[in-house]
Design a protein around this ligand. Structure first.
Ligand SMILES: [Fe+2]
Length: 246
């Protein structure tokens, strides 16, 4: 299943709700968080592309599972991951740190560390005219990542960092969780018209078999309760409440 928003970034839906993003330029492809490899290889072969690099936001298996097989097929591909994760992201050959800038497919890509979901999660920010953020499992539309290894404070700070980016940043996360997130938010804020409207829009997209990702930072700040949280206390309440929501 494919989905276009930026014309050169394609989403492949895999597993239960993962999305693998492929960023393409002049027949070269960069893959973000390949949980699996078969649909990626198929897509690259069908389009006569070649794999230039793999970007890894964090070490969870539904983000790095396909990497081993992709680099077998394209041994010259770079695997770019946090320098803090040399053990848990084993095939990395470019190890990066917060604030570092790389040139990928001719574009400037900045590494932004966004801790909380894991102890070393990073995001990749393309600071062009139409900025793009590959955010992994830190922010979802209507939600944010679970805090597995970090602290509430770290996750809150990570969301503050995201909020400081240009408002027209298009955000690509790694899971299609939007509908369930908005249902949770509406349960807490039943009269919130912005969330209601967004849920209707999302249900329509899903009924047409479309993805609800990417999303614009500006719009997301209106409907995402975690981004709307005014302080750490409010954020902590929301995150704990969401953890108990089934
Ligand atoms: Fe994860």
């Amino acid at each position: 299943m494919e989905f276009n928003k930026a014309p050169n970034i394609i989403g492949l839906r895999v597993l239960r709700d993962n999305v693998i993003w492929l960023w393409e330029k002049n027949k070269s492809v960069v893959v973000i968080d390949p949980s699996v490899y078969e649909p990626v290889i198929r897509y690259i072969n069908e389009n006569n592309f070649h794999l230039e690099a793999i970007l890894q936001t964090h070490h969870h298996s539904d983000h790095i599972g396909g990497t081993k097989y992709l680099i077998k097929k394209w041994p010259n591909a770079n695997v770019i991951a946090s320098a803090k994760e040399k053990k848990r992201i084993p095939f990395q050959n470019i190890s990066v740190e917060d604030g570092e800038t790389l040139n990928i497919l001719g574009e400037e890509v900045k590494i932004i560390e966004v801790l909380g979901h894991t102890s070393s999660h990073i995001a990749f920010f393309l600071n062009g005219k139409n900025p793009i953020l590959f955010i992994g499992d830190t922010l979802f539309s209507g939600g944010c990542g679970r805090i597995f290894e970090g602290t509430y404070k770290q996750m809150y700070s990570s969301l503050e960092r995201i909020k400081s980016l240009p408002k027209n940043t298009l955000i690509y996360c790694a899971h299609e969780y939007t509908k369930a997130n908005l249902q949770w938010a509406l349960n807490l804020k039943p009269r919130d018209q912005d969330i209601k409207n967004k849920l209707l829009e999302v249900e329509k997209k899903l009924s047409l078999d479309e993805l609800t990702i990417p999303f614009l930072l500006d719009e997301e700040m209106k409907i995402n309760l975690f981004l709307r949280a005014k302080n750490l206390e409010e954020f902590t309440f929301l995150r704990a409440n969401k953890d108990l929501w089934v």
